[in-house]
Write a protein that binds this ligand. Structure first.
Ligand code: PLP
Length: 393
């Protein structure tokens, strides 16, 4: 059976060039970069080259790049490492649509007695910047707002947000896990203090991430251990994965134009064909300020999980906007925060493309999706009620 992989916001394929760059560091060059001998030194040099590649992609200085174990660790370290640096400040600001790597840190801080503000979004998934301005107080330790949403692809106006936060002299963190490699980011021009990214979202392996820490930012290490990463993250470096991530950053820079032209056009083509061919379908989120590879669509009166399973039977891998909590399928917190109606939120599907996606794959989805939705609507009591309400049956 063929595989059509359109779940790249969940994880991506390791690029062949990345895998090739990594291989010698498992078997041939296995030294510890902290060792004094040449065998460790040659590895340390390669780790620093990877650091330079990552810094190039972000418009950062290599000394501001800290390698971590994943995006979740980077998010946790940024927030907890900052609140730890300002123990007298007991207020945390974030948004209602963050990934759990930030959202559950917010819950954790609230349990610890912090005052937490979770900013609302509108129907398009956009933040109210006035609410942000009004929420900041002298007690605010850090503001964390994601760069781009993993479910809808909606891009927050990070430059404006960062300016508002920095004007008040407060540290600003952004979870850029979904943005890095898909849209240009230049930290020389953006007043961001801390930024998280994850290797497996940009064709490096799972289990490697980066925390960017702007020079001069107060930060207490989250992973306490040896002197690695200039004392900002203890633990012997995951050398092959760091080398792989360095290569992936280099490739992302090369592929950025393709991502924002060809991949974006493929996404738009898929989206338009779906809207043309399937009635009672809506696109979730701001369609202008959006990642080029992502579309979240809701098919009214059907269950997202049923759609996913039928797509999966045909080799199509997408993802749904629901989360299985205690046995019941709840629409995701993101769609709920946006106020997507109940009848639509349950039937939402996210397609996320990559530079490996092709037009032929989009056509395969377009061919098979309409009959799947029709089949599910034919057995949906909600659809029957809807048709009756429209005087159609
Ligand atoms: N933040 C966002 C926006 C994500 O989409 C993800 C992964 O899905 C993460 C953080 C967590 O990254 P990792 O899987 O590397 O821990």
């Amino acid at each position: 059976m063929r595989t059509v992989y359109v779940d790249n916001n969940a994880t991506t394929k390791v690029a062949p060039e990345v895998l090739e760059a990594m291989m010698p560091y498992f078997s041939e060059y296995y030294g510890n970069p902290s060792s004094m001998h040449f065998f460790g030194g040659q590895v340390a040099r390669k780790v620093n080259e990877a650091r330079e590649r990552a810094a190039d992609l972000l418009g950062a200085d290599p000394s501001e790049i800290v390698f971590t174990g994943c995006g979740t660790e980077s998010d946790n370290a940024a927030i907890l490492g900052t609140v730890d640096s300002y123990p007298e400040k007991r207020h945390f600001i974030t948004t209602r649509v963050e990934h759990p790597a930030v959202g559950n840190v917010s819950t954790y801080l609230s349990r610890k007695g912090y005052h937490v503000t979770e900013l609302v979004v509108d129907r398009e998934g956009r933040l109210d910047l006035d609410e942000l301005k009004e929420s900041i107080t002298g007690q605010t330790a850090i503001v964390s707002a994601m760069y781009a949403n993993n479910e809808t692809g909606v891009i927050f106006p990070i430059e404006k947000i960062a300016e508002i936060v920095k004007e008040k002299g407060i540290p600003f963190h952004t979870d850029a896990v979904q943005a890095v490699g898909k849209i240009p980011i230049n930290l020389r021009k953006l007043p961001i203090d801390l930024l998280s990214l994850s290797g497996h979202k940009l064709h490096a392996p799972k289990g490697i991430g980066i925390l960017y820490i702007r020079k001069g930012t107060k930060f207490s290490p989250f992973m306490i251990g040896g002197h690695q990463e200039k004392g900002r993250r203890g633990g012997t470096e995951n050398v092959p994965y760091i080398i792989g991530l360095g290569k992936a950053c280099e490739l992302a820079q090369k592929n950025m134009e393709d991502e924002n032209t060809r991949v974006k056009a493929l996404r738009d083509y898929l989206e338009q064909k779906i809207l043309d061919r399937i009635p009672n379908t809506l696109v979730n989120g701001d369609r202008v300020n959006r990642l080029p590879n992502t579309v979240s669509v809701s098919f009214e009166y059907v269950e997202g999980e049923s759609i996913l399973l039928l797509l999966s039977d045909l080799g199509i891998c997408a993802s749904s906007g629901s989360a299985c909590t205690s046995g019941s399928l709840e629409p995701s917190h993101v769609l709920r925060a946006m106020g997507v109606p109940f009848t639509a939120a349950h039937g939402s599907i996210r397609f996320s493309l990559s530079v490996y996606s092709t037009k032929e794959e989009m056509d395969y989805i377009i061919e098979h999706l309409p009959p799947i939705i029709q089949r599910l609507r034919d057995i949906s009591p909600f659809w029957k009620d809807y048709l009756k309400s429209q005087g159609k049956k």
